[in-house]
Write a protein that binds this ligand. Structure first.
Ligand SMILES: Cc1ncc(COP(=O)(O)O)c(C=O)c1O
Ligand SMILES: C[C@@H](O)[C@H](N)C(=O)O
Length: 354
């Protein structure tokens, strides 16, 4: 059983079928095909406002290219210190902005808060030529800690950003998981809350390789096409990305997949923590990621049994990250819980509940 990431699972059958169905005849290249030309309409309907959409193949490209139109090279982009753009994109945001600086903020449960953001911007030295100039804020929804910003939290961060002339980016690699948790509309948690640009993730939640940069603030989009081309993300056969996005949002597949992944995570977290008080959650489980502390012996034995997951924050860490997906089954959950119970009884029988 592989709980390393939602990146490990395959493609939703509905999306694979759409790819096969798309693979007939010919289509104009470089986004001039009918499907890609229709994406703006499709996403404008989904978000209940006029948007501009640009498919790309990875979340890193979506984030880095989005930020490249939100900050000058001398700009500052504020993000959480555990954010993917800061930790796991190999400098792509800095590269594609031609040098903007990511200024990180602390924050409980993987989320930045408006007070710290306002303080950080106030320290910036606006107009001081020696200082990078505040340009944008980026938040991940769902966060890298598996938590979700409420609509009010996004609104408050947007208010701090906009009132100081900054724009707001949302890394939505797990956007669907957040929308399901909040039970809101995609519009409520994006442009209505003040988000200017969204990296709309689909790959982790059923697509083969398709993400989209969605511009609510369409004024920011003018140079995006050129930046996307020069980054190598203007696919000649763009129809094969667009058909994935189309199938992903058609009949709410994206929400059904995320609901399944979230439910599996909730079930797994509840069952693991019910085993023993020493199986402790590091963050609330609000999407499809669990961060749980386990005894070293349990970790070692689970890995030896072939269960796959990452130790988080270092190879000696007792915190593991478990990620569920749309294709995770009850049997996967049961197998991990039963094995954890077995090893808990072996190494710390006094701590096994029940
Ligand atoms: C929060 C978050 N943002 C962005 C990404 C980037 O996605 P990719 O790996 O497709 O570049 C990931 C990757 O899993 C992620 O977890
Ligand atoms: C890089 C790694 O963290 C990836 N973004 C994941 O969530 O699995």
């Amino acid at each position: 059983m592989n709980f390393c990431s939602d990146n490990v699972v395959g493609v939703s059958p509905e999306i694979m079928a759409a790819l096969v169905e798309c693979n007939h005849g010919v289509a104009m290249p470089y986004g001039n095909d009918d499907r890609t030309l229709y994406l703006n309409n499709l996403f404008s309907e989904l978000f209940e406002t006029e948007v501009l959409v640009f498919p790309v193949a990875t979340g890193t490209a979506a984030n880095a290219l989005a930020l490249s139109v939100m900050s000058e090279p001398y700009g500052a982009i504020y993000c959480h210190h555990q954010s993917h753009i800061h930790c796991d994109e190999c400098g792509a945001p800095e590269f594609f902005t031609s040098g903007a600086k990511l200024l990180t903020l602390q924050g409980e449960n993987g989320k930045i808060n408006p007070k710290d953001l306002a303080s950080a911007i106030a320290r910036a030295g606006i107009g001081v030529v020696h200082h990078v100039q505040p340009a944008a804020v980026s938040l991940s929804q769902a966060s890298e800690a598996g938590t979700v910003y409420s609509i009010q939290e996004v609104e408050q961060i947007a208010q701090v950003a906009h009132s100081r002339g900054l724009t707001l980016h949302m890394d939505g690699a797990r956007f669907a998981n957040a929308v399901v948790t909040l039970g809101c509309t995609p519009a409520d948690i994006t442009w209505r809350a003040g988000v200017d640009v969204l990296s709309f993730g689909a790959t982790k939640n059923g697509a083969m390789a398709a993400e989209a940069v969605v511009f609510f603030n369409r004024d920011l989009a003018h140079s995006f096409s050129y930046r996307r081309k020069r980054s190598g993300h203007l696919f000649s056969k763009m129809q094969f990305l667009s058909v994935q996005l189309e199938a992903y949002i058609r009949n709410d597949l994206w929400l059904r997949n995320a609901a399944r992944a979230n439910q599996m995570a909730k079930d797994l977290a509840a069952k693991l923590t019910a085993l023993s008080k020493i199986m402790t959650l590091c963050h609330p489980v609000e999407a499809n990621e669990i961060f749980v502390q386990m005894p070293e012996q349990v970790i070692v034995n689970l890995l030896a049994d072939g269960f796959k997951f990452y130790r988080w924050d270092g190879e000696d860490s007792k915190t593991v990250r478990l990620v569920t997906a749309f294709s995770t089954t009850e049997e996967d959950i049961a197998a991990l819980v039963d094995a954890a119970r077995k090893y808990l009884q072996k190494c710390q029988p006094e701590n096994v509940a029940g």
